[in-house]
Design a protein. Structure first.
Length: 288
């Protein structure tokens, strides 16, 4: 146990150092993330502005001191706001998934090639483009398998007490996040069958049977999810106050750094070679 904790701490420190060694990657990814968030939020801003245009400039009802109450009031009073809000939430989830699917290969290529030297843009871009089809296909396989795994976990835990239900769901979600990193990093590194769903399944197996991989990656994923939730609550609760808005942006940057650290850690973990493992021969084949 002490060895596992020590290796986990060492892995977290090494992952942080890799992120610090790639400042351009961090800044570029942060800008892309903020730009995508702004584009998705624009329709909500337009809808809310239209619904509240009757208020005189500089005046705010008491309820406006807490945006959550205002959102509930607007959703009940203005169906258009509810429709746009729900659509934006869906678009946000899809945009995040698509954006990270597009960028993940380049991020992994940057961390993987940096093992020997500071890689050139041509080298990173070349590896990214060569592995892009397999990363995309494996990501799609993963999302399908993730839906099945989450459904199975929810069904299995349905009869458990609530104090146990949510830990099971959270642990399963963290496992899925780690498995996605494993299959994407494996695709970039050339492990496994590039387009076969078996590689996606093996990624789950690798995450499950490798504590030195799963524990640090899951801790980073949990920290990232916590910061992400805190960012959303801060942005909603403070009604876009400029001071707190920059605080929310700072938290989103921390979330991004934790995500990059997790990807960097998984990319360099030796257990990814397990994606190449062939099925064990049957007893009949062995006897022949």
């Amino acid at each position: 146990m002490n060895d596992l904790l020590r290796s986990t701490l060492d892995a977290l420190v090494a992952a942080g150092q890799r992120v610090l060694g790639a400042p351009i990657l961090f800044v570029g990814t942060a800008i892309a993330q903020w730009a995508a968030a702004w584009l998705v939020a624009a329709p909500v801003l337009v809808a809310v502005t239209a619904a509240t245009e009757g208020f005189a400039p500089g005046t705010r009802p008491a309820a406006y001191e807490r945006i959550l109450a205002v959102v509930a009031e607007l959703v009940l009073a203005e169906p258009s706001v509810a429709a746009v809000l729900l659509a934006s939430l869906g678009v946000t989830a899809m945009t995040s998934a698509v954006l990270w699917t597009l960028l993940s290969g380049g991020v992994i290529a940057r961390f993987w090639l940096a093992a020997d030297d500071r890689p050139s843009l041509e080298a990173v871009g070349g590896l990214w483009l060569r592995r892009f089809p397999s990363v995309t296909v494996q990501s799609l396989w993963h999302f399908g398998l993730r839906a099945v795994v989450m459904l199975a976990a929810t069904t299995a835990a349905a009869n458990l007490p609530e104090v146990l239900f949510w830990p099971v769901i959270v642990i399963t979600l963290l496992l899925c996040i780690v498995a996605l990193d494993v299959v994407r990093a494996g695709a970039v590194r050339g492990h496994g069958q590039p387009f076969h769903p078996r590689t996606t399944w093996r990624a789950f197996a690798v995450a499950l049977r490798t504590p030195t991989l799963a524990l640090p990656a899951a801790l980073l994923a949990a920290a990232g999810l916590t910061c992400s939730g805190a960012t959303v609550l801060m942005a909603l609760w403070t009604l876009g106050d400029p001071t707190w808005l920059w605080g929310a942006r700072g938290l989103s940057a921390v979330t991004l750094a934790l995500g990059l650290a997790r990807v960097a850690f998984v990319t360099h973990h030796p257990s990814l070679a397990g994606l190449d493992r062939e099925e064990a021969p049957s007893k009949e084949a062995a006897s022949d």
